[in-house]
Design a protein around this ligand. Structure first.
Ligand code: OAD
Length: 239
């Protein structure tokens, strides 16, 4: 239980986006040096793009996966772990990020609604297998042995994110909704703040800049994730 901005908080939902990993050196999507500034997402992150040019899509995700061992979780990921470990109530962490920095910081439970870079999904047996290295259209599925059936286990534009039922349950039941480093441009995640508000939660946005949905939040704390997430966690744990 904590006291925050005049109310008691028992259940928290934390939503993270690319901004929490930015200071670790993982590029965001829409900032000046972002991935979607260099690549057209419609040519890379849709089922149609994968059907049209699978090699391009494998290369894009193989390159992003290969960069993960070279980056480390930052103070914001560690602050989220601290909240999960030390807060007396419930903390549900849902991320749009496909990197593994929350896990490497020590988060035990991470809901990867957009999938994971370090996994492959078999279109033959429908199983997801951990994959730390490259794979492509010639790789056999480790689970069923079928060749040419693996795709990146990430959610593409036009696909339904994972775990939506559980996320809805958590949002409907939370007292505090915290969004960290996300532009509010991609749904359904961009709609979580509205859902949390409908259900009576207090809402806080932590972002370096104004997002597309900033005006909806009760509270906005602007700054780098490493600073503002750490400060909010301190405040919640002290209260
Ligand atoms: P975006 O790139 O759209 O937005 C990143 C957000 O992080 C922006 O609002 C920045 O202001 C903020 N930001 C950047 N650096 C920051 C820092 N150091 N501290 C705090 N905030 C910072 O990334 P997302 O909102 O995560 O989906 O993108 C949502 C989805 O769009 C992604 O999951 C991905 C993408 O297309 C799929 O690929 C399906």
């Amino acid at each position: 239980m904590a006291h925050f901005e005049g109310r008691f908080i028992d259940r928290i939902v934390v939503l993270t986006g690319a901004g929490i990993s930015a200071e670790s050196g993982v590029p965001t999507f829409r900032d000046a040096d972002g991935l979607w500034e260099q690549h057209d997402p419609m040519q890379i992150a849709t089922p149609e793009a994968f059907m049209r040019d699978p090699d391009l899509v494998y290369r894009f995700y193989n390159a992003r996966r290969a960069r993960l061992p070279g980056v480390e979780p930052n103070a914001a990921h560690h602050a989220v772990v601290r909240l999960q470990r030390e807060f007396a109530g419930d903390v549900f962490l849902v991320t749009q990020n496909v990197d593994d920095l929350h896990e490497r910081a020590g988060s035990q439970q991470v809901c990867h609604m957009h999938g994971r870079l370090q996994a492959a999904l078999c279109t033959a047996c429908a199983r997801s297998t951990p994959m730390s290295g490259d794979y492509d259209g010639t790789t056999a599925c480790p689970a069923c042995g079928t060749s040419g059936s693996l795709r990146p286990d990430v959610v593409w534009f036009g696909e339904i994110p994972y775990y939506m039922d559980e996320i809805e349950t958590r949002l409907a039941d939370c007292d505090l909704f915290i969004a960290i480093g996300t532009s509010g441009l991609v749904y359904p995640a961009a709609g979580f703040v509205r859902r949390a508000l409908q259900c009576g939660a207090t809402t806080v946005e932590l972002n370096r800049e104004t997002s597309d949905v900033s005006g909806l939040f009760h509270h906005q704390r602007k700054g780098l994730a490493t600073a503002v997430v750490t400060a909010l966690v301190e405040e919640l744990l002290a209260a």
